[in-house]
Ligand binder design. Structure first.
Ligand SMILES: C[S@@+](CC[C@H](N)C(=O)[O-])C[C@H]1O[C@@H](n2cnc3c(N)ncnc32)[C@H](O)[C@@H]1O
Length: 226
C-alpha cells in the first residue's frame, strides 16, 4: 500500500476533526479520563481556565461545570478545523465561547487573565513538553492551577498485555510521516514526552495530585504553582 504523504499536525487535525470529535466525546473511557482531569485540576468557581491543544473542546463541559456561570473556558489550538467543530459544539450549548488559534508552547494570552490551565493528550505531541509546562506555570503564576491528562504505555501487571495494541493506537493516531521522522516508535516518544511533562509539573507545583486510570494508561497530574 502506498504511504500517505506527510502532513503537518494542524493539517492532520483539521482533516480528521469530525472523526476525532466523535472519538473524543464517545470513545471508551473518555468520560472517566475527562472527569478525572476536571476533578484533579479543580478550578475555582468563577475561574478562567485555559485548555492548550483543546481540539474540539471535549473537555469544555467538564471544566465549565467546575467554573460555573461566572467562570470561563478558553480553548487554544493551532488546527483551524478542530476549532471550527469546537465553535459549532459551543453554539449548540448556547455560546461559541473563547476559542483561539495559537501555539500551546507560546501562549497567546495575557498572563494576569488566567487562573488555571491544562493540556489533555497534547504533551506527547510537543517536542519540548517540559518547557511548555513551565510556560503554562508562568502564565497562571504563583497560586494558579495547572493540570495534565495523557495516555502512555502502562507498567501495571494484568494490563501490560495491552501495550502492543496501545502502540498501534498511537501510531494510527499520529499525522502521516510522524513515524518515519522519529528514531523510535511513536509510542516510545509519547511515553518519554508524557513523563517529562508530568515531571515538569511536579517540579513547579505544590500539592500535586497524581492519578492513574484505565489500567495505568491514563495519567493525570494537577497542582498549584509555587
Ligand atoms: C490528541 S488532540 C487532543 C484534543 C483535546 N485536548 C482533547 O482532549 O480531546 C491534540 C490537539 O493538540 C493540538 N496541538 C498539538 N500541538 C499543538 C501546539 N503546539 N499548539 C496548539 N495546539 C497543538 C492538535 O491540533 C490537536 O487538536
Amino acid at each position: 500500500m502506498p504511504a500517505l504523504a506527510a502532513m503537518s499536525a494542524p493539517e492532520f487535525y483539521t482533516r480528521v476533526a469530525r472523526l476525532y470529535d466523535a472519538l473524543a466525546r464517545r470513545g471508551p473511557g473518555v468520560d472517566t479520563l475527562r472527569r478525572t482531569l476536571a476533578d484533579a485540576l479543580a478550578p475555582a468557581p468563577g475561574a478562567t481556565v485555559v485548555e492548550f491543544g483543546c481540539g474540539t473542546a471535549a473537555n469544555r463541559p467538564y471544566l465549565e461545570e467546575r467554573v460555573g456561570p461566572d467562570g470561563s473556558y478558553v480553548g487554544v489550538d493551532f488546527a483551524p478545523g478542530v476549532l471550527r467543530v469546537a465553535r459549532e459544539r459551543g453554539l449548540a450549548r448556547g455560546a461559541a465561547g473563547h476559542l483561539v488559534r495559537g501555539d500551546a508552547t507560546r501562549p497567546p494570552l495575557r498572563a494576569d487573565a488566567v487562573d488555571a490551565c491544562c493540556g489533555a493528550f497534547v504533551a506527547g505531541m510537543l517536542a519540548e513538553p517540559a518547557a511548555a509546562v513551565r510556560e503554562w506555570a508562568a502564565l497562571v503564576g504563583s497560586g494558579g492551577r495547572i493540570g495534565l491528562l495523557d495516555l502512555a504505555r502502562t507498567s501495571r501487571r494484568g494490563w501490560r498485555a495491552l501495550n502492543p495494541a496501545f502502540r498501534l493506537f498511537v501510531r494510527a493516531g499520529s499525522p502521516p510521516g510522524t513515524a518515519g521522522a522519529l528514531d523510535r516508535s511513536p509510542a516510545a516518544v509519547q511515553d518519554e514526552r508524557v513523563a517529562a511533562a508530568h515531571r515538569a509539573l511536579r517540579a513547579v507545583c505544590t500539592g500535586v495530585d497524581y492519578r492513574t486510570v484505565l489500567g495505568g494508561f491514563g495519567r493525570v497530574s494537577a497542582g498549584t504553582v509555587e
